[in-house]
Design a protein around this ligand. Sequence first.
Ligand SMILES: Nc1ncnc2c1ncn2[C@@H]1O[C@H](COP(=O)(O)OP(=O)(O)OP(=O)(O)O)[C@@H](O)[C@H]1O
Ligand SMILES: [Mg+2]
Length: 263
Amino acid sequence: MKSWSDDNNMKVISFSIFKGGTGKTTSSVNTAVALANKGKRVLLVDLDQQASATRYLDLDPEQIPSLYEIYMGAKPAALAIKKTKHGVDMLTSNALLAAIEEALEPGDELKLDEFLTPLKPSYDFILVDTPPGKAMLAFNGLAAADLIVIPASAERMAVDGVGDLINHVQRIMWNKFSLSHQELRILFTMYRATTSHSPAIVSNARKIWRENILPMKIPHSTVFSRSYDLKTPVAKLEPKHPGALAYGLFAEWLIKYNEDNSV
Ligand SMILES: Nc1ncnc2c1ncn2[C@@H]1O[C@H](COP(=O)(O)OP(=O)(O)OP(=O)(O)O)[C@@H](O)[C@H]1O
Ligand SMILES: [Mg+2]
């Protein structure tokens, strides 16, 4: 079984929920940039064949090597790392990952963990953007994580999606592999403080998952879609925007979490 000390205080953090469109990519990208802005060495892994995180940080999905070459065994992960303009390193994705998804079999959940292990001494944080759905690549992201961050929309019914992910991780993955060192936290996104709907969703979730709900919430804002369209993280586009500040707070929380769990 892994322990915190094995990886020299390095944390792998996956952004995971099977439900689509709740802010996995937006959160992984903007958190990665916020951590890099605080001087941390960050690798972002794009496990989604839609390659949204790759495009968000203005890298070309067609440029090889990508995660496809790593999974095919054609390149070690260390030789596939690309630099972005925003201080974050990346392992990029493209549509070819669909073939990897097809080829992976039950039991292959730990492949990403194997690829990432030699990279861990070079980074303070490795963040993984996972695809939606109960797919093998999503399970690879989950199995590689020390901390699973579940981005949940405070706009729509989040509770079912969060419960589904937590049940899958605890009942299936922790039984199948030795992963019970993992921790789970819920990050509310798309939060509208001015309606009664978002606060009600969060207070409902707090009754169930209590201290696993992160204290900061990511506000609902069009700045995020604009940021994606302009291929510019919010911290660069509008550093004082409440959305940028919220991801900054989350980055600080992660740094503290890392220190508190250090040996
Ligand atoms: N806090 C927010 N406020 C408003 N819109 C947001 C917020 N976060 C993300 N969005 C928008 O919601 C959409 C879905 O976000 P995102 O792509 O991050 O979700 P995802 O969980 O990665 O989706 P998928 O499951 O397809 O990978 C995007 O258009 C994004 O710009
Ligand atoms: Mg996504």
